[in-house]
Design a binder for this molecule. Structure first.
Ligand SMILES: Cc1cc2nc3c(=O)[nH]c(=O)nc-3n(C[C@H](O)[C@H](O)[C@H](O)COP(=O)(O)OP(=O)(O)OC[C@H]3O[C@@H](n4cnc5c(N)ncnc54)[C@H](O)[C@@H]3O)c2cc1C
Length: 687
């Protein structure tokens, strides 16, 4: 048998070598008698083909240089290696060039003035509401309770016409000098069109959206460039270093920290480097359960491509329809299913980044190395200020055999919290487990499409059963949604275990459908802010992580503080609510939602920001963090030094000096100043 196996292995190798020799001779007639030349062609060819033959589960080419570690440079680097075209074609076949759902002209598909797809939005009409389009489960269906909920909570006047923003009539002129633009055009496509620049001036903070709707950005980028390869990014960064213009790396633009927002007082020309065309899967190794992916791929494209091949990355932030792999790394993102797949820092094996000082990448693809500090961790959460992430090696998993949703109802927030704590203590978390407070439960009811009391989160349960027999107070009860993935028996035993713990805290099952609808609603909630603004309501979410022993107090303190701040400003109609979204051994993540009617405010966004700042002070005083996954950006700079300490801040500045001494990535996030640091730098080109 062994002999047969060896023959089976050796025969294809021989044919591979024969074929490679023929190719080498054909390509290299003039060098035919130079042995080095022939071997130089045979070896790489053999490496690639033999590895593919022997490792039949893999579509990853191997590179013996670097100890058999795949080069990860993908097709583009290899294409530039003109001497070995036979290697090129083999590797090129392995690259999965992904067709993104989002076109380069984002504005053709996405709203220019807010969140998400153009055809998807909440509308109020007569005395009902509905959600347009058919992309989401609630699309096209009447939402008979939403309008009443909005009037009760925010006192909106639906008789007034909604304030729909108008397309800008003009844009600031591009300050990108012509000679630089021409140089850039030789590297990759460039645009200086107003709309292309305008929609990449910002992320998704309330302030961003307000400035966008009123066309009032103090600064927008001067040009946009779409590189397709790591090498093109290197050339662009070299060009910026030569001419000293600013580069803003732009992924999906879903930042909620002001991180991607154009620094207002930057005097140098600003180039947005849009990563969306860098979206190939360079290789996929089914044996190692790894994939090398270009950083501009958006979450939904990545997941679709992986799933079509039987794999999943499993990283699903609520923004994953639009956010990118590079953006996740740059912001230290966290996904809904982190209990199974990990947060981005757990998923990442290797990153390749471009800095003005050169390309940085760990020299080996190993699971761990005792050689600190881990520079990948310096880049994780560097918010575009140190480098551009171009390629990432990430872990993948086979698509789980079973995905099951579930939901549980608890009499109040405290009992739901203690349930979550116990599940974490016993490390029994399913892929996702989220607890919603009563305000969010009622908001879920307002989004139901049916006219019955049950609706979104309580389908299948009789109101009488919950309220009369179980004695739950509808103004206090809370809901936990569950997402379980794995083998059928694992999922069944996980659910049984969770139900058992829930019973100890008074929780009762509320059905799979409610769990699933709870999850899918997450994706449409982001659309609410746009309709809210049309009726003079501003809204935003903010999050934190907190130790278990301080969680209940933190939630209560923050809600009280927000209520006091609203009272002080005579804001009578507002909503403050929270949910517990992620659990760990040492604590959890709490997400707050705050919205208020702005009729009492002369500057609604400033008022909102003052209250959110007070809430963040309260969070920190109550033992919470500056952020769990939204990052620091420009919005939370105030708390940066206290979070990392003064030596920590100095270390960040030292990293900047080492990697980007001319402040090419002048985003001004975290500890970096906006604009000021650049004033003594002259632009090496005439404007
Ligand atoms: C509705 C909504 C829901 C959200 N839910 C979540 C959630 O569940 N979990 C979570 O973690 N976050 C969430 N976020 C926040 C946001 O989606 C994340 O921060 C995300 O990681 C940003 O990715 P992006 O591609 O959109 O990056 P962008 O917004 O384009 O950029 C963010 C920052 O990263 C930098 N950057 C982007 N790409 C690169 C690159 N290739 N190299 C270097 N720097 C780069 C930018 O310069 C900027 O500083 C949510 C946001 C919204 C609006």
């Amino acid at each position: 048998m062994a002999l047969l196996a060896s023959v089976r292995t050796v025969l294809p190798m021989l044919s591979v070598i024969r074929c490679a020799v023929t190719c080498a001779i054909y390509k290299n007639r003039t060098n035919l008698f130079r042995p080095k030349s022939i071997i130089g062609h045979i070896l790489p060819w053999c490496r690639v083909n033999m590895s593919a033959t022997l490792n039949s589960g893999s579509v990853m080419p191997r590179d013996a240089k670097n100890n058999g570690v795949p080069s990860g440079n993908g097709v583009n680097k290899i294409l530039s290696d003109k001497k070995s075209e036979n290697v090129i074609s083999v590797r090129a076949r392995n690259v999965i060039k992904v067709k993104s759902v989002i076109p380069r002209k984002r504005q053709d598909l996405l709203k220019w003035y807010g969140w998400g797809y153009k055809d998807s939005m909440f509308k109020l009409q007569g005395d009902t509401a509905y959600f347009t389009g058919n992309r989401y489960a609630i699309g096209g269906k009447p939402l008979p309770h939403l309008q009443k909920w909005a009037i009760d909570n925010f006192n909106i006047d639906t008789s007034k016409p909604p304030k729909v923003p108008e397309l800008p009539k003009s844009y600031p002129e591009s300050r990108m000098p012509r000679n630089i633009r021409e140089e850039l055009e030789k590297i990759a496509p460039v645009s200086v069109e107003g709309m292309d620049r305008f929609i990449r001036a910002h992320g998704q903070t309330l302030k961003d959206i307000s400035l966008l709707r009123h066309n009032k950005f103090p600064r927008i980028p001067d040009a946009v460039i779409w590189p397709e390869t790591h090498e093109q990014v290197v050339e662009i960064v070299e060009c910026a270093s030569r001419h000293r213009f600013v580069i803003i790396p732009f992924g999906g633009g879903t930042s909620v920290s002001g991180a991607v927002t154009c620094p207002s007082n930057e005097r140098r020309p600003i180039l947005v480097l849009d990563t969306s065309e860098m979206n190939s899967i360079l290789w996929l190794d089914k044996e190692q359960l790894l994939a090398r992916v270009q950083a501009g791929i958006i979450g939904q494209d990545l997941e679709r491509e992986m799933r079509s091949r039987g794999y999943t990355v499993g990283h699903e932030p609520d923004s994953y329809e639009f956010s990118t792999l590079g953006g996740w790394v740059a912001t230290r993102a966290s996904g809904m299913k982190k209990n199974t797949y990990g947060n981005i820092e757990d998923l990442l094996v290797q990153t390749k980044v471009v800095t003005p000082r050169g390309v940085m990448e760990k020299g080996c693809r190993v699971p761990r190395v005792s050689c600190g500090p881990d520079w990948d961790h310096v880049l994780l959460g560097s918010e575009g200020c140190l480098a551009i992430v171009t390629e990432v090696t990430i872990k993948i998993r086979p698509v789980p055999a079973v995905t099951r949703y579930g939901s549980l109802v608890f009499p109040d927030w405290e009992s739901g919290f203690h349930f979550e704590r116990e599940v974490a203590r016993r490390r029994m978390q399913p892929s996702s487990i989220r607890l919603m407070d009563n305000e969010q439960f009622r908001f879920g009811q307002a989004l139901k499409t049916e006219s019955s009391w049950g609706g979104v989160l309580l389908d299948g349960l009789k109101r009488a059963y919950i309220t009369r027999i179980k004695g739950f107070d509808p103004t206090k009860l809370c809901v936990v949604t569950l997402l379980m993935e794995g083998e059928a028996d694992q999922v069944a035993s996980s659910y049984a275990g969770l139900r058992q713990i829930a019973a100890q805290y008074g929780g009762i099952p509320a059905g799979a459908e409610n769990g699933e609808r709870g999850y899918t609603l997450t994706f449409v909630i982001a659309y609410l802010r746009d309709v809210a603004m049309e009726y003079d309501v501003v809204a935003e979410s903010f999050e934190t992580s907190v130790p278990w022993d301080r969680t209940l107090a933190l939630c209560a303190n923050v809600k009280t503080r927000v209520r006091e701040e609203c009272q002080r400003r005579n804001i009578t109609h507002y909503l403050i609510s929270c949910r517990l979204t992620q659990t760990y051994d040492a604590g959890c993540c709490i997400y707050f939602y705050f919205a208020h009617n702005t009729s009492q405010c002369c500057d609604p966004v400033a008022t909102y920001e003052e209250i959110e700042e007070a809430a963040r002070d309260e969070i920190i005083a109550s033992g919470g963090s500056i952020s769990h996954h939204h990052g620091v950006g420009k919005l939370r700079k105030k708390w940066y030094t206290d979070t990392v300490s003064e030596p920590g801040r100095l270390l960040l500045l030292a990293a900047k000096k080492a990697l980007d001494p001319d402040n090419i990535f002048a985003l001004g996030n975290m500890a970096f100043e906006e604009g000021n640091a650049t004033e003594n730098l002259s632009i090496k080109s005439k404007l």
